[in-house]
Each structure stands twice: as C-alpha cells, then as structure tokens.
Design a protein around this ligand. Structure first.
Ligand code: FAD
Length: 395
C-alpha cells in the first residue's frame, strides 16, 4: 500500500484533511487505530469561521440537515441566574461574518465528513491501523510503520511508503512524539468536563431551550445548546477537580453525585439540569502549550494537524474549528506547491501563530469564566460593556 499522502487519525481533523485534499484531486490514505467508527457523543459549536469552511467544501446542505442554528447566546450568572450579556446570531450576524453560528452533535459532523470522503471521493479510511513511527528513505519519501490498532487481535505490522505523513492523531499524538522528542506529555488543566446529551422532551419544560446558554460561576461554568435540529440538548459542566488516573480516556463514567456537589449554591436552572440528567460522562481536560515556531508543526515530510498540533481548552469552542481550518490551508498549500516539504512548511507558517493565539485565548477565557472575587466583578462588568470583544472571538 504505497500512497502519496498518509494521514494518521480518522477523527474530525484527519477526515477533514482527507476531504480537502481529495477535492483537489490528491490521492489520500487515512489510517485510524480504532476498530470501528464511534465518535464520542458530545456537542460541538461551530463559529462562522468554521461554517464558512464547511460550506466551501459543498457541505452546506449536509450541515443544514444535522445542525441547529441557535439565534441567541445568553451568558448568565450561575449564582443568581441574572443575564450578564447576550449575543444575537441573527441575519445581521450571518451577513457580517459570512455564515451563521451552528451547533452539532460531534458524531453527526464526523459522519458527514466520512460519507463525503467515501461517497464523493472514494477514499476508504482503513481501521485498525496504528501509526507507530517513520523513517526517511534515501531515495526520497518516507517509510511509515503501522501496527494493528489496540483493539485488534494478535499484532501484525506493515510498512507503507508515503511522500508525506500528516499527524492528525489527536492530543496524545504518536507522530508528534517522534517529531518533537523530549517534549513533556500533555498537561492536566485541573478541570473536569461533565457532559451529557439528552432528548429535550425528556427534560422538564422549563429547562428546554433552543439557545446557547453559558452559566458562569465561581470556579465553574456550564454550557448548554441544542443539537440535531433542536431535538437534543448538549450540556457540559466544567468544574475544577483532581486528576483522574487515566488521563487518556476522554469518556469516563461520571459520578452524578460529585457533579451535584460541585454545583451546590448555583441557581435553580443549573441545579435543575444536573438533577434532571441521570447519565453524565466525564472528560478530564488536558492541553499543551502552543508551539513556538512553524518548525514545530512541520518538519521535512511530516506535519501535524488538529489536536496533535494545538490541543486546546474548550473555552473558545474552537478545537475542531482550528482542525477544519488547518485542513483547508493544507489543501491550498499542496495545491500551490505540490506534495512535499515546501507545501508542509508553508502550511505550518500560515497556521501556527493563529492556532497559538486561539490556544492562549482559550486559557484566558477559562480564567475569565471561572473567576472569583474582584476578578469576577470585573468580568461581569466587562461582559456588559464589551460583550464578545471581552472574549476576543476568532471569527
Ligand atoms: P481527535 O478527535 O482526537 O482524533 C484523533 C484520531 O486519531 C482518533 O480517532 C484516534 O483514535 C486516532 N489515532 C490516535 N493515534 C493514532 C495513531 N497512532 N495511528 C492512527 N490513528 C490514531 N471544538 C470545537 O470546535 N467546538 C466545540 O464546541 C468544542 N467543544 C469541546 C468540548 C470539550 C469538553 C472538549 C474536551 C473539546 C471540545 N472541542 C471543541 C475540541 C474538539 O473536540 C477537538 O479539538 C477535535 O475533536 C480534535 O480533532 P482531531 O481530529 O484533531 O483529534
């Protein structure tokens, strides 16, 4: 199996890269370590910067089918329910940014990308293939070592020749480990994300909503928004908490009692939501500091994309968004400069600073969202006066 472009990882970033490249006529191979497609059931908010990318790939109608398009984001004080600020996602917003604001179920977006690469471009991603490492070949190109994924039976391995390797293999990227040896492992942020996806009609009527609502409290915040055309609600409560043993698992069974204890003292709708939902999943949030140069995002014939390159905290809701933007820019660079080192370096040069800024702003937003005391007072004032400018959105 020789291939010009080998993509490690079939998450949202890897499939987006495959789609963007295949649209330009490139031949792409995607290898995914999992033994089946099973995206974790959580929601994703897509700012207009991301919706623009999806539309440019011809996915506007598909998005219309799977997404919700909330008209309002309301920021509320988690202690007393007061509104701190609102942002209207109305026709003027869509005109100003060239696209609307959308919210989707992560599995639905993943499926949309998968169907598009399979059906429109005949790219068949290969499951149960784990990239283990690569070597440069003297005659040019790379030899990439693959093993069967962790779920497969007895280990088999093979080597694949590729012109370039794209590491879209997520936060714990093996490709990154070889590219940046000696780098520290991802760090635990101190924050636990409790998340749930529920049918709206299973909630008490007072808790149902078609808006995005962010509740900001002391050392916590909760976000809720509709997905699947409004039939379901995605709820994520982020609280400070101690490090679970297994940081690599982003789908722990959660103890709802611990969440309710962490939300004690918050307003009735916050407590009500925690009580109305029986099954929560737990995701310990980890990130890395931003890279400091393009050379840390692309070296020779290997480049990083998505969370492998810039894993971030979710306080700007832009992690998947940056992966989709990466994919679009990677395809543009390969279109202009061919499949090789020059295109990968150009790609990294165009992406690393924007992604680093979004990573740092996400950390800053987390500090603003979870602030206490005088900082909290300043946040509430800033929210009223500056609105979205306080959060410095990258749309
Ligand atoms: P991943 O989704 O991690 O995919 C990597 C894939 O590579 C996986 O399928 C994995 O199995 C595979 N893999 C790993 N190693 C190998 C290997 N060696 N060989 C082959 N395959 C391999 N983003 C937004 O844009 N909006 C949001 O609202 C939002 N909300 C979020 C809320 C929370 C609580 C969290 C934690 C994150 C949120 N994000 C959001 C971020 C977003 O989920 C991620 O940034 C995005 O999913 C990253 O996609 P990826 O494809 O780069 O990585």
């Amino acid at each position: 199996m020789d291939t010009p472009i080998l993509i490690a990882g079939g998450g949202i970033g890897g499939l987006a890269a495959a789609l963007a490249l295949a649209r330009n006529g490139a031949h792409v191979t995607v290898v995914e370590q999992a033994d089946a497609w099973a995206e974790v059931g959580a929601g994703i908010q897509l700012g207009p910067n991301v919706v623009r990318v999806l539309k440019s790939w011809g996915l506007g109608d598909g998005l219309q089918r799977i997404a919700s398009f909330p008209q309002l984001l309301r920021v509320r004080d988690a202690a007393n329910g007061n509104t701190l600020g609102t942002l209207h996602f109305d026709a003027r917003f869509a005109l100003r940014y060239g696209a609307p604001y959308a919210t989707v179920h992560r599995a639905d977006l993943h499926q949309l990308l998968l169907q598009q690469v399979q059906q429109q471009y005949a790219v068949q991603p290969l499951l149960q293939r784990q990239v283990q490492g690569w070597k440069r070949l003297e005659q040019g190109g790379l030899s990439v070592d693959l093993a069967a994924g962790p779920m497969a039976g007895p280990t088999t391995s093979e080597s694949v020749r590729a012109q370039v390797l794209i590491g879209a293999d997520g936060l714990w990227s093996q490709v990154r480990r070889q590219m940046l040896p000696g780098e520290a492992a991802p760090r635990y942020s101190g924050i636990l994300a409790y998340r749930a996806l529920v049918r709206q009609d299973s909630l008490p009527p007072a808790l149902r909503s078609r808006q995005v609502t962010a509740w900001l409290g002391d050392r916590m915040h909760m976000v809720q928004y509709p997905v699947r055309g409004g039939s379901h609600m995605n709820v994520v409560a982020l609280v400070q908490g101690s490090r679970p043993d297994d940081l690599q698992n982003w789908d722990h069974a959660a103890n709802a009692g611990h969440l309710r204890a962490a939300l004690a003292g918050t307003a009735a709708p916050v407590i009500g939501m925690a009580e109305a939902i029986e099954h929560w999943r737990l995701w310990p949030l980890c990130d890395r500091p931003p890279v400091r140069s393009a050379a840390e995002m692309a070296q020779g014939r290997v480049a990083l994309l998505g969370d492998a390159a810039h894993p971030m905290r979710p306080f700007m809701a832009q992690g998947a968004g940056m992966a989709l933007e990466d994919a679009a820019v990677l395809a543009q660079c390969m279109q202009a400069d061919g499949i090789g080192e020059k295109a990968l370096y150009r790609y990294a040069e165009r992406r690393w600073q924007r992604c680093a800024r979004v990573q740092l702003r996400s950390i800053r937003n987390g500090n603003i969202f979870h602030s206490t005391g005088m900082m909290r007072w300043g946040r509430d004032l800033g929210m009223r006066v500056l609105g979205e400018r306080l959060l410095d959105v990258p749309w």
